[in-house]
Design a protein around this ligand. Structure first.
Ligand SMILES: Cc1cc2nc3c(=O)[nH]c(=O)nc-3n(C[C@H](O)[C@H](O)[C@H](O)COP(=O)(O)OP(=O)(O)OC[C@H]3O[C@@H](n4cnc5c(N)ncnc54)[C@H](O)[C@@H]3O)c2cc1C
Length: 300
């Protein structure tokens, strides 16, 4: 396979770079931000197709990604685990379109229960970068203004929201997400209550902390932390899980999800393979997307 430049060092760029290396390509990653400075590092990050429409392609990528993370959880890959989840449904709701990807999905009165991969993105992104470098890859930190700045045979465009400027794609838009990270008072089960009267609730325990969310602010590109939003998140998550009362706050985080009308763009355009627009589901869809990128590169 020809040499490839992957543009972007978030979860989509790094998993694509690894899938391409495994397919025999020599890969360079070029990115304005290092992995730990990307939106990907802010993600909670739990397998769940958030803010993404039902689509057979998405179900296929999600199913494959679930399988890869499940294997990684059993081989103790840094940051990867399987997390039991309770999802409060509040109103009668049809079985979700993504249920076929989740082997133990069950419907109980007032809630769905399932076990899904959960990934601590900071150690996981560091692990992916390390794997990429051990395979002989290099990461160059720089912002490019145009694909013409890159003289590779094949370029993978994994720039998330940055793709709007590079491609002129008007279907891309931000969905702002703010979360609060607190000390873990002993929680082990994720809870989702998307239709809580005070606003969307998610509570995702990790090894040492718990991610409390969240917000879905469509079209809002403000990356600063809003104290009032943080207070409201703490109030409603504590209402759902009283053991959170008084938990010490460790961090406030904000990220912009790269949402796209029509779903993620994963397709070839001349020498460019686009792979962006994964909305609130970049971790959920990453390995399936990466394998498709590698398949497209082989055919290009
Ligand atoms: C609060 C929050 C919670 C979330 N929780 C989850 C979750 O539980 N599960 C889940 O699946 N997803 C979750 N997400 C969504 C997930 O974070 C995104 O879908 C994912 O990070 C997108 O990854 P990406 O690689 O496409 O983009 P990014 O992580 O944004 O990476 C883009 C890369 O492209 C580079 N780039 C852009 N433009 C240029 C340029 N011109 N030149 C050079 N480099 C460029 C950037 O520097 C960066 O390296 C969450 C998001 C937020 C904000």
């Amino acid at each position: 396979m020809a040499d490839v430049v992957v543009l972007g060092a978030g979860i989509i760029g790094l998993t694509s770079a690894l899938a391409l290396q495994e397919a025999g390509a020599e890969v360079t990653v070029v990115a304005a931000e290092q992995p730990l400075d990307t939106v990907s590092a802010v993600a909670a990050a739990v397998w769940y197709p958030t803010r993404i429409d039902a689509d057979p392609r998405v179900l296929g990528w999600g199913t494959r990604t679930f399988e890869v993370f499940k294997e990684e959880a059993s081989s103790k890959t840094p940051g990867v685990t399987m997390r039991p989840t309770r999802m409060i449904t509040r109103q009668a709701t049809a079985r979700p379109w993504w249920a076929p990807a989740v082997p133990d999905f069950s419907e109980e009165p007032g809630e769905w229960r399932f076990t899904v991969p959960a990934v601590e993105m900071v150690p996981y992104l560091a692990h992916l970068l390390d794997r990429f470098r051990r395979n002989g890859g290099t990461l160059n930190t720089r912002e490019i203004q145009s694909f013409d700045d890159l003289d590779a045979t094949t370029v993978v465009n994994a720039t998330g929201l940055g793709a709007a400027r590079l491609t002129g794609d008007e279907h891309l838009y931000p969905i702002r997400g703010q979360v609060v990270v607190v000390e873990n008072p002993g929680l082990t089960t994720s809870i989702r209550d998307e239709h809580h009267p005070l606003g969307p609730v998610y509570i995702h325990p990790r090894s040492r902390d718990v991610v409390l969310g969240g917000t879905f602010e469509v079209g809002d590109a403000d990356r600063t932390v809003r104290p009032a939003t943080a207070e409201a998140i703490i109030e409603r998550t504590t209402q759902v899980e009283p053991r959170l009362a008084g938990a010490r706050i460790l961090q406030h985080l904000v990220g912009l999800r790269p949402a796209r009308h029509g779903g993620p763009r994963v397709e070839v355009e001349d020498r460019i393979i686009h792979a962006y627009g994964h909305s609130g589901a970049g971790m959920t869809l990453c390995w399936g997307t990466a394998e498709e990128v590698a398949r497209l590169a082989r055919e290009t």
